[in-house]
Design a protein around this ligand. Structure first.
Ligand SMILES: [Zn+2]
Length: 415
């Protein structure tokens, strides 16, 4: 076991304590955003922030934000944190590790009587997951003035609006403007998070340094052929939309794997076949495409290849194609100066911390449009997440928390 400056037992105890709120099974948690359980968890975490020496408040968006002052109280703050809301069928670590780790880092400052050069803020952002109102990153986007029209009118499956849920939670829909941060108020955002993927485990490393969040390209593709009797239309005369779509699915697999050393991923996750009968040649197939890469120029090249492949499949099978682009986000790179600081801290800890991209998005994605950001990943078992089986070991979480603390310490010494 490494020698930790942070208190690994306290981190573990707090994670266990939080897992009791909204517990659905031995290791499962359901703590939907703005639910009574979410509020209960916020109350508990707020007390921990205060124990760590912070002034803590719940803002109009439902974010919980703690703060310790720095030697220069007017300098842009360093913000650390993540979220504590969960998916309906979740584990104990997603988001939680980042909030509890951040509090631990600040508490370690306090216990060692270290006063940071600049203010440090710890955030537990409201509704990162977005599963209740079908739109995530609510709190962090609110804080940064990035909310869209009509977000308060979105309803959950029981017809409750976000406005109502936010009011019951203790937020203040009328007070948004006062809670928004001004440009430059935060200079750096740092997030500790479980990887939610299998890369660190495959490399046998406890933690990793994120270089960026890959941008997803999302399409909905429609391929139209012509229906006919499955028993009578000869193979050469068919316009089978499903055969065309199948070629695209297999082709996407090949395109996304064409550079094995690259982190590119491509997925067709949804497929609808019309008229969906064993006795009819498929006339219309609709499917989704999800293509991600940290390198936008490479992703653009692969997109071109994929478009070529779709045209070819359409031509071969006499199909008409429509491609609708649902999302086209650019990758968001972590700031080189932050990467360097995390690298140095890991080196001094003698911890191998490989560099990897994040496929999923996080609160960091919204922060990336506002200030420099960095992320530290903690290995999780078999990459399982959004599942009660999600697991990260006490030692790995402590290593990630220590790396967060050491990085913060360096940043505060940089002045
Ligand atoms: Zn998360």
């Amino acid at each position: 076991m490494l020698n930790f400056t942070i208190n690994a037992n306290r981190v573990e105890e707090r994670i266990d304590r939080l897992a009791e709120i909204g517990k659905i099974s031995a290791t499962g948690v359901c703590r939907l955003a703005l639910s009574p359980e979410d509020r209960q968890a916020v109350n508990v975490v707020k007390l921990w922030m205060e124990e760590a020496g912070m002034k803590a408040r719940i803002d109009a968006f439902g974010n919980l934000i703690g703060r310790i002052e720095g030697l220069n109280p007017d300098a842009p703050s360093i913000m650390i944190g993540s979220h504590i809301d969960t998916q309906p069928y979740a584990g104990r670590f997603d988001g939680i590790v980042g909030v509890i780790g951040a509090i631990e880092a600040v508490q370690t400052f306090k216990e060692r009587s270290i006063v940071p050069s600049v203010p440090i803020e710890v955030a537990a952002f409201c509704d990162e997951e977005g599963c209740r109102f079908n739109k995530g990153l609510f709190g962090v986007r609110g804080l940064l003035g990035q909310l869209e029209e009509g977000e308060l009118e979105r309803t959950d499956k029981n017809g409750i609006t976000r406005r109502q849920a936010l009011l019951e939670f203790g937020g203040e829909p009328e007070g948004f403007a006062d809670s928004e941060y001004q440009p430059g108020q935060v200079g750096t955002f740092l997030e500790l998070h479980i990887e939610q993927g299998p890369v660190l485990e495959s490399l046998d490393c406890p933690v990793g340094i994120v270089t960026g969040i890959s941008g997803p390209l999302w399409w909905t593709v429609d391929m139209y052929g012509f229906a006919g009797h499955a028993g009578s239309v000869p193979m050469g005369l068919r316009r089978d939309a499903l055969v065309g779509a199948s070629k695209v699915i297999v082709g996407l697999q090949a395109i996304a794997s064409s550079q094995p050393e690259a982190p590119t991923v491509g997925t067709v996750g949804s497929l609808k076949v019309f008229p969906d009968s064993r006795n009819i040649i498929p006339e219309h197939v609709q499917f989704t495409v999800d293509l991600r890469d940290i390198d936008l120029s490479r992703r653009n090249k692969l997109e071109k290849q994929l478009r070529g492949l779709i045209d070819q499949a359409a031509q071969e099978h006499g199909l008409r194609v429509e491609i609708r682009e649902d999302t086209n986000s650019e990758p968001r790179y972590c700031a080189p100066r932050i990467l360097n600081t995390v690298r140095e801290a890991a080196k001094e800890m003698k911890v191998a911390a490989p560099e990897l991209m994040s496929g999923p998005f996080h609160d960091s994605l919204a922060m990336s449009y506002y200030c420099d950001y960095g992320m530290i990943f903690v290995r999780c078992k078999e990459g399982i997440s959004h599942n009660p089986q999600e697991y990260a070991s006490k030692e790995d979480i402590a290593t990630g928390t220590e790396l967060l603390y050491q990085t913060l310490l360096k940043m505060c010494q940089e002045g």
